[in-house]
Write a protein that binds this ligand. Structure first.
Ligand SMILES: [Zn+2]
Length: 112
């Protein structure tokens, strides 16, 4: 990979990140609205309802966290922004180090 290719990949990754942030925000708010709808629709049915609503809320939040982790890992692989040696994502300060030196900021392996 050349320096120009690395810079292009970093820019493409940033662009894709913005799109995924919008998609995630929409999906998060839609699921929150669905959760509130669930609470309103089923009303107060006692302690069982409370337990189900708390479990549902944690599942919703955990699902979103797992979704974000999955998307971020997939995106780094897709754009080839992983160190071939240590598999750390080439991102933020590591990307700056890689562009400046041509080496991974974590393990020192040659990237460019
Ligand atoms: Zn590395």
């Amino acid at each position: 990979m050349t320096k120009d290719q690395l810079i292009k990949r970093i820019k493409a990754h940033r662009k894709a990140r913005k799109l995924w942030c919008i998609i995630w925000m929409i999906s998060f708010f839609v699921s929150l609205i669905a959760y509130v709808w669930f609470l309103e629709y089923f009303g107060d049915l006692g302690i069982g309802y409370l337990i189900i609503s708390v479990i549902l809320l944690f599942a919703l939040l955990l699902g979103h966290v797992l979704f974000i982790i999955w998307v971020v890992k997939k995106r780094f692989k897709k754009y080839g922004l992983e160190c071939p040696n240590c598999k750390k994502p080439i991102y933020a300060s590591l990307a700056q180090i890689a562009v400046a030196t041509g080496k991974c900021g974590e393990c020192g392996a040659t990237i460019i």
